[in-house]
Design a protein around this ligand. Structure first.
Ligand SMILES: [Zn+2]
Length: 259
């Protein structure tokens, strides 16, 4: 990443908390290579097209996050037909699992004084009686990178258990709640996912007719998947390793900050 000046770097990569600058978890994690992205760029019409797809898909993700957070705060989410299937999927999830949270535990800023980083967690909650970090993703899968991100959040929360909004309990669980929406071919079971204006069709591997099928798509359906992540120590070690590399990469800026 290239930054215009120090202010651009500080805004783009961190937060100021109590007069101190902390690098952001998501910025630190971006140091890790993402091989799947190469294929995405290679398949794209052009680089600028790929960027606009990413941007639009991020804005769709933000809308879903906002709706989820509104529901958890007992507010009425924005009625947007584009994301309605995903919102319905989230309500479905809430019907099957107990989620206990409070307004101040949603979109909560967290930081580590020991390791010096900061972030914003989606939801700190009790899920089916266990307490921890619930991170919402609107992706087509649950990728391993999420382990790094959520381990950082959990590490910071374990250090500083001073939150006031929820009963003080050890934060020792992490979950990814994946919410997505897609269409299914009524003939062959292939799926079509439209994200950021880009369609991705996955043929049904269990159906040999799927490759040549003239698909007939269903209405858009929401889906959800909850995954508990284990192996915190190993993930947190890897995150702190990524942070070392990130600091090395950004040494010239960090020196100016007096980091
Ligand atoms: Zn089909």
């Amino acid at each position: 990443m290239l930054y215009r000046d120090l202010a651009d770097f500080m805004n783009g990569c961190g937060y100021i908390i109590g007069g101190q600058w902390y690098p952001r978890v998501t910025s630190i994690i971006s140091i890790k290579a993402k091989p799947a992205l190469l294929k995405f760029y290679a398949d794209a019409e052009s680089y600028s097209h790929a960027l606009s797809t990413t941007k639009q898909s991020a804005s769709e993700g933000t809308k879903i996050h906002n709706a989820v957070e509104a529901i958890l705060k007992n507010e009425t989410p924005e009625q947007n037909p584009e994301i309605l299937p995903a919102v319905n999927a989230f309500n479905d999830f809430l019907n099957m699992h107990s989620v206990n949270t409070k307004e101040g535990a949603i979109e909560k800023r967290i930081w580590s004084n020991t390791h010096h980083f900061a972030g914003t967690i989606d939801i700190l909650a009790e899920v089916d009686g266990l307490f921890g970090v619930l991170d919402v993703k609107t992706s087509s899968g649950i990728w391993r990178d999420y382990n790094l991100q959520t381990s950082a959040y959990m590490g910071a929360l374990q250090e500083d258990e001073t939150w006031e909004d929820l009963p003080k309990k050890p934060v020792d669980h992490r979950w990814i709640l994946r919410i997505d929406q897609k269409q299914i071919c009524t003939l062959c079971g292939a799926t079509k996912r439209t994200k950021g204006g880009r369609e991705t069709i996955k043929t049904n591997r269990n159906n040999s007719a799927s490759e040549k099928c003239q698909h007939e798509w269903s209405e858009v359906r929401g889906e959800w998947e909850l995954k508990a992540l284990d192996g915190f120590e190993k993930d947190y070690d890897a995150f702190l390793g990524a942070k070392k590399l990130w600091e090395w990469e950004n040494e010239q800026w960090l020196r100016q900050i007096g980091y």
